[in-house]
Design a binder for this molecule. Structure first.
Ligand SMILES: [Zn+2]
Length: 411
């Protein structure tokens, strides 16, 4: 009987790669969790300013690589480049135990989708005075399903052209049967995704297998891509899980967002751009139904909230999967720029906070509306999440404070 109970607990702990939790040979040092040091994972959501919307997140891997998850809007080029420089010159330093890096060096860029607030800065971050040194790749959903009012044709053209020029580092997750030309403004064909073979290429940057596409950060740490363009990784294959995505407005592009999970030992983090929920093509529910296996019964430790805590995302069914109400502490972080007027939206705040237990909170880089609220924190600045070497404990810190937490899979 005892044995069966233990077995059940083990299966509840399931994630994409259960072996990541086997960190017995690591030194798990949860002291001084404010410090970013080799072996730890850190995530920094940037507070972006100005009159345009924007979201950008920096991920510092245990070995000292840098991943830029979305790049902000066209007006955020300077801010994002400066944020990269700060990480390279203040955190990823030789004094802190990392290898020497150039100040503009970024290993990987991931675009969740082609909207201006997530991808608008990319062209100027690849060419010109603010250009980053992107070493390994730009991962994106592929130039498929991009017609109509859902996207800014000029921006997609610019991104497509700059990535064609730098084809060696362009890594599309999905492909169309139509050969790629970049002239989207002149085209009326949606170039529908014929499939997403890029979701099953194993470890990018090496030739590991045909397993789920991932960035291998360390022996106990990786980022896996679970969905893009309405296709998702079930445990065994890539299949189209949401086919009712149109081309008529911005929500259609949001529904195509790339989503995935970062695992660091026992710690699990979800991202999914502006993925849509109930009332729209419900990619969140399709994702929960098809990729939910990757989260087990314990969901995540930290959910990077979809669509800037705006309505039509963070649906109840998805929240119940990712933030199960089991009394354990989970947190939600949201990247909101000063131009996101009306964000976060009350109805979504209430829904999220209603799913958090044990003292977990919703943290946002900025809230544009006044008033006091319980259950969530307006950092009014960058938000840092620092995870210890084994993913057993993590800290959320911002300029005005900090909180330490145990991961839900902490043994
Ligand atoms: Zn957005």
């Amino acid at each position: 009987m005892v044995f069966l109970l233990l077995l059940a607990c083990g299966s509840n702990n399931k994630t994409v790669d259960a072996s990541l939790a086997d960190s017995g040979n690591l030194e798990c040092n949860s002291a001084n969790l404010d410090q970013v040091i080799p072996g730890r994972l850190a995530v920094r959501l940037l507070k972006l300013t100005g009159v345009r919307l924007g979201e950008a997140t920096l991920i510092i891997t245990p070995s000292g690589e840098l991943v830029l998850l979305d790049v902000g809007g066209k007006s955020h080029v300077d801010e994002v480049a400066a944020a990269v420089e700060r990480v390279n010159t203040e955190l990823l330093t030789e004094a802190n135990g990392y290898a020497d890096r150039a100040s503009r060096e970024v290993d990987w860029v991931i675009l969740t989708h082609f909207h201006g607030d997530h991808a608008g800065a990319l062209p100027e971050l690849m060419v010109g005075p603010n250009a980053l040194q992107i070493k390994k790749g730009v991962i994106h959903r592929g130039f498929v399903d991009v017609e109509g009012a859902a996207v800014d044709d000029k921006l997609v053209d610019d991104i497509c052209q700059i990535l064609q020029t730098n084809a060696a580092i362009s890594l599309p997750l999905c492909e169309s049967l139509t050969p790629l030309t970049c002239d989207f403004a002149a085209s009326t064909s949606p170039r529908s995704a014929s499939g997403c073979p890029g979701l099953r290429m194993g470890a990018l940057g090496s030739a590991e297998s045909s397993a789920i596409t991932h960035l291998r950060f360390d022996t106990n740490s990786k980022l896996s891509f679970l969905a893009a363009n309405g296709f998702a990784n079930t445990e065994t294959e890539v299949t189209q899980v949401e086919s009712a995505i149109g081309y008529s407005d911005g929500d259609d592009e949001n529904a195509r967002s790339v989503a995935g999970v970062i695992e660091h030992g026992n710690f699990v983090y979800h991202f999914g751009g502006d993925m849509t929920g109930p009332g729209l093509p419900d990619m969140e529910q399709a994702y929960a139904d098809s990729a939910g296996w990757a989260y087990g019964n314990k969901g995540v430790d930290v959910y990077q909230v979809h669509h800037h805590v705006r309505n039509d995302a963070s649906g109840q069914g998805f929240l119940d999967m990712i933030l199960p109400k089991d009394g354990l502490v989970r947190n939600v972080v949201g990247g909101i720029s000063s131009a996101h007027l009306g964000s976060p939206q009350r109805i979504v705040v209430d829904r999220i906070v209603g799913n958090l237990s044990g003292g977990g909170m919703l943290f946002v880089t900025q809230k544009s509306v006044g008033g006091t609220d319980s259950g969530y924190v307006d950092a009014n600045g960058d938000l840092d999440i620092i995870v210890d070497e084994c993913g057993n404990n993590y800290r959320i810190q911002w300029e005005g404070g900090a909180q330490n937490y145990a991961s839900v899979r902490h043994p």
